[in-house]
Design a binder for this molecule. Structure first.
Ligand code: DAH
Length: 340
């Protein structure tokens, strides 16, 4: 039996394989129980000792070549299998499918929405492009107000009618008045979203960043309600006992205004490098909605009042995960993002 002839034939047939069924037929024909290899082994018994030795070696070689050939063609076929064709080789190692995951800022946003949602707040989406009126004037920040300097603006074209000039919102507070114009209190909402500032960047400033605005309007809303809400929110976000403290602050759209601090999540208030030995971390601005803002929304005359607050989600993610540069969030650097 000329094994090299048979091998030659097998190679020819292997080149013409079109699918895995044909491959299985080929396998059976050559390596199967009644295949060419086993024929050759059976035929050994009719040979002399001398011949058997020689043929034995030839069979080994034949088997090796065939096995390799079939393994190779199987791989090739598997690579070109089309959708709908199924082939399972239970012994082959599983291919790990790369899986994406949420951006760290989106993870904080999701948690915030869940926590505020459980407290009865609705999540509102606002537009990133808005007018000078909603971003500034309606919030009690007239044209010559110094607060405008702190929020250098990306203008999208000036309009003669100044307050109609369009811009990229510099804060999510810009969504307050549009919302109040078309919703009757009482309501409690949060507005997460990207904001933009035309300014030089450093480790704690980027020209785009994520904020979360809160607004609650009702008849008898007090600062105590506000503190009750944020105490719950921060305990759940950081998953530990947290104290909050209100310091006097200034924002044109609230009166009185506060800066809110958290007891340091790292040292629990003892003093460390994260809190610069103060025991406290600045986390957001807040206050009772200014009557002029309610006036912009025509809600000033029916006894409505409430609180508002605004925080940067990047700052919270930085504290939570010990990140020291805010610019990493939107740098698109996969080495950073893959850590979450
Ligand atoms: N808009 C402010 C900022 O971007 C944050 C802020 C402070 C929002 C006080 C509020 C507030 O709603 O009451 O810096």
């Amino acid at each position: 039996m000329d094994l090299s002839q048979i091998l030659f034939q097998a190679q020819k047939e292997a080149r013409e394989l079109k699918n895995i069924q044909q491959w299985e037929d080929l396998y059976r024909k050559y390596l199967g129980k009644k295949g060419k290899l086993s024929d050759a082994l059976v035929a050994l018994k009719d040979l002399t000792v001398e011949e058997r030795k020689k043929q034995g070696q030839a069979i080994n070689h034949f088997k090796q070549e065939l096995t390799q050939l079939l393994a190779k063609t199987q791989d090739q076929l598997r690579g070109s299998l089309k959708a709908g064709q199924r082939f399972f080789d239970v012994s082959s190692p599983a291919v790990k499918i790369p899986q994406g995951h949420g951006h760290p800022i989106m993870e904080i946003r999701r948690q915030m929405e869940e926590i505020f949602g459980s407290l009865g707040f609705s999540v509102i989406e606002g537009q990133e492009v808005t007018s000078e009126y909603y971003n500034f004037d309606a919030l009690n920040i007239p044209g010559d107000h110094p607060a405008r300097d702190a929020m250098d603006t990306f203008w999208l074209g000036q309009n003669n009618q100044r307050s109609e000039s369009m811009l990229l919102r510099t804060h999510t507070s810009a969504m307050q008045v549009p919302y109040m114009e078309c919703h009757q209190p009482p309501f409690k909402i949060i507005i997460p979203g990207m904001v933009y500032r035309y300014e030089a960047t450093d480790a704690s400033h980027d020209y785009q960043f994520y904020q979360l605005e809160g607004l609650m309007i009702d008849r008898d809303i007090s600062i105590a309600n506000f503190k009750g809400v944020i105490d719950v929110v921060f305990q759940r976000i950081f998953n530990r006992q947290i104290k909050t403290r209100l310091r006097p602050g200034f924002f044109p759209f609230t009166e009185p205004s506060f800066e809110i601090d958290l007891s340091c999540v790292k040292c629990q208030g003892k003093g460390c490098t994260l809190c610069k030995q103060t025991g406290w971390l600045e986390i957001m601005g807040a206050g009772m909605v200014h009557p002029n803002v309610l006036r912009s929304a025509k809600l000033d005359h029916s006894g409505w009042q409430g609180f508002a607050f605004g925080m940067g989600l990047g700052r919270i993610a930085m504290i939570k995960w010990g990140i020291d540069d805010i610019r990493l969030f939107f740098s698109g650097d996969l080495r950073f993002l893959k850590q979450f």
